[in-house]
Design a protein around this ligand. Structure first.
Ligand code: F6R
Length: 243
């Protein structure tokens, strides 16, 4: 696990964008693993700027998102499908349908989740996975107690995660869905390179466990200690509890 402490989110976005641009230039049909939420926004802003400057194209690239709320209407602005399109996909030149995500309205959830796993494998696996980390230590929506070998499945969100995400729902925790579909920890671990971003003091405890804690389902991100190629990009506040 490589830990890089940077001055601010702009520097984090630039470094992560360097890795993604290098990958896509080397392998135009690369498969990107995409996270939603606040952490990757600076990366997506930087990639959109480099695309606008003609420095990179995603025309042949593919993408898989990590997770999705269960039950939100398709036109709800906070479905992760709509969020990733707004934050990244629609700002660059992905081909139609090249970025896929879990379907939070699937009627047969186990069948959908198995098909999603198959689609990632059929695409050749994820070359570079962008991750954030929750204050509870989740990656994707693998909440504390998640199997370290888990695959895409339905999960119940913790109260804390719903509180953390209420800011996207007008501050109303009861408006945050109770369930989600998420890639499992085993799914995420199959990515060839993982770039995890964390900023702000509210992430310091989760980052401490991620980097220095015992590998445990109680802090699901700790499984990344067993991955051969993880880059952790932090600001000083998120790194403040590291030894
Ligand atoms: C998002 C995801 C989550 C977030 C995490 C941090 O697709 O899977 O694990 O990365 O909850 O969220 P932010 O970045 O909003 O603090």
């Amino acid at each position: 696990m490589e830990i890089v402490i940077l001055p601010d989110t702009t520097a984090i976005g630039a470094l992560a964008a360097d890795a993604i641009v290098n990958l896509v230039q080397r392998k135009p049909d690369a498969v990107l693993g995409l996270a939603t939420g606040s952490s990757p926004l600076a990366i997506y802003d930087e990639l959109a700027a480099r695309y606008a400057a003609g420095q990179v194209s995603f025309a042949q690239a593919r993408g898989f998102t990590l997770d999705e709320y269960v039950g939100l209407p398709a036109d709800h602005p906070e479905t992760y499908r709509n969020v990733i399109h707004k934050d990244f996909v629609d700002r660059v030149d992905f081909a139609e349908g090249a970025v896929r995500g879990p379907d939070g309205l699937a009627t047969d959830i186990p069948a959908f989740c198995a098909a999603y796993e198959d689609a990632i494998v059929a695409a050749g696996g994820v070359d570079l996975q962008i991750l954030g980390i929750g204050t509870v230590g989740h990656i994707g929506f693998n909440e504390p107690g998640s199997s370290l070998a888990s695959r895409t499945r339905i999960k119940t969100l913790t109260r804390q995660t719903r509180i953390d995400n209420a800011r996207f729902f007008g501050g109303d925790v009861d408006a945050v869905p109770t369930h989600c579909l998420t890639q499992g920890l085993g799914t995420i671990m199959a990515a060839r390179h993982i770039v995890l971003v964390a900023t702000g003091p509210q992430k310091a405890e989760a980052v401490h466990h991620l980097v220095e804690g015992a590998v445990s389902a109680l802090w699901p991100g700790t499984i990344l200690q067993h991955h051969p190629h993880v880059t952790v990009l932090l600001d000083g506040a998120a790194a403040s509890r590291l030894q």
